[in-house]
Design a binder for this molecule. Sequence first.
Ligand SMILES: NC(=O)c1ccc[n+]([C@@H]2O[C@H](COP(=O)([O-])OP(=O)(O)OC[C@H]3O[C@@H](n4cnc5c(N)ncnc54)[C@H](O)[C@@H]3O)[C@@H](O)[C@H]2O)c1
Length: 473
Amino acid sequence: MRVTVIGTGYVGTVTGACLSYLGHRVTCVDTDARKIDKLRRGEMPIYEPHLEELLKLAARRGGIDFTTELAAPAAESDVIFIAVGTPPLPTGEANLSYLEAAARSIGAAMDDAGFRVVVNKSTVPVGSGNLVETLVREGIRDTHTGDLKRIRFGVASNPEFLREGSAIADSLYPDRIVLGAEEECTMRALRELYRPLVEQRFDAPAFLPRPAAVGAVPVVTTTLTSAEMIKYAANAFLAVKIGFANEIANICERVGAEAPEVMAGIGLDARIGARFLSPGVGWGGSCFGKDIQSLLHTAQEYGYQSRLLEAALEVNRAQRQLVIQKLQEKLFILKGRTIGLLGLAFKPETDDLRDAPSLHIAERLLQMGARVKAYDPIAMQACRDGNPSLKIQYCASPEEVAEEADALVLVTEWRQFARLDLADLAKRMARAVLVDGRNLFDPETARQAGFDYSGIGRPQRAARANGTPHEVP
Ligand SMILES: NC(=O)c1ccc[n+]([C@@H]2O[C@H](COP(=O)([O-])OP(=O)(O)OC[C@H]3O[C@@H](n4cnc5c(N)ncnc54)[C@H](O)[C@@H]3O)[C@@H](O)[C@H]2O)c1
């Protein structure tokens, strides 16, 4: 099929690359000319593992190109995806200005040559299923004359569940596809588009073999509003789940229980599930905070106060503060101390720093008069560019961060940090204090390497059943 994807961010570029890899002819459109130039040159505007390789294959399979001009590709397309940003406004409401502009431009590009489907992949407030349709119609009205009914289109919601860092695998081998639409012809077009993915009838790329457990992908077909609600409900649930793990971890620390052991114990219960139960410095990223705030805003509009979702935001705010408290416990005074951050990205395998705990922690430390050094394998440039006022000393390696530092904080659990020579790091430091914000290291190993170690939900001396405390060297 002929497809246009509007927005070449984390979602749009991956969606375009995957649909083209499946055999569709795709044009990706963005108003940001620098991004489009980069993509045309074969450079990636974002860091996402395997994206560059997939785009090369996509160009040879369905074909993919990049442009700032929407009108021509939109007019030729059977399916037009909107994948623009919906960042939060100060009120918590989603900023729909990018979505509105995209929808109006689609309307302006429409003609009566055939039936088109406009698919909303951006995360938009629940209950605004009609907004895109209204705006496309407005775009048509503003630019066309005569019988406007002859211009036919359908609107669908197809929320995106990819995770940055594993976005290609999540898109090629998804847990499910959610399609929300009101008319059968719209649904039919989307079923046709996704058929190769649903039936898994494509050769897996060599760099991402199809996992053995992947079979036909379940398709959940719903109304527009339900599809939108599914996206918000999924993100809200995941954020609550992590918040729950953090709350339990904080209690564990006080009573002498090991949070990772507790999480392993509950995670094996099929009703609970092991994933998203790792205690840490709190979740971040572009979606959880923004989507919960947007959902709270919608609930409020309907006169409903969601206490659980409010608590999820509050628990996460407090969790980020926990790192500062742990540093104060160890160092007493933070003014004038040098704190080294290992990791800046909100999670491993991405350069995304939106709502990253690292930024909050760095800001707080700097406000308190500490010096902040940092190393991240991928996100340093993005951090420098996006936060020029944050006076972080960027280092070329974890070893450089450790040099003369009073404490290290592991903020992002990049795999390469797990292989660090902890004894070497400890020797370089003024004080070998380690706050392991992701429970990446084995406490015993870290202590034997010379560190004064603290994790999240890991008491200094774990209580043993026989009453003898576990000895910490
Ligand atoms: N990032 C994720 O992991 C993720 C996952 C699921 C859903 N989502 C949702 O998907 C949407 C996009 O997220 P993202 O992270 O890809 O955002 P992003 O900020 O990385 O990309 C958005 C892109 O849209 C472009 N854009 C804005 N207005 C435009 C217009 N009128 N025409 C053409 N291009 C335009 C911007 O220049 C930018 O390149 C959001 O609603 C987000 O909530 C994101």
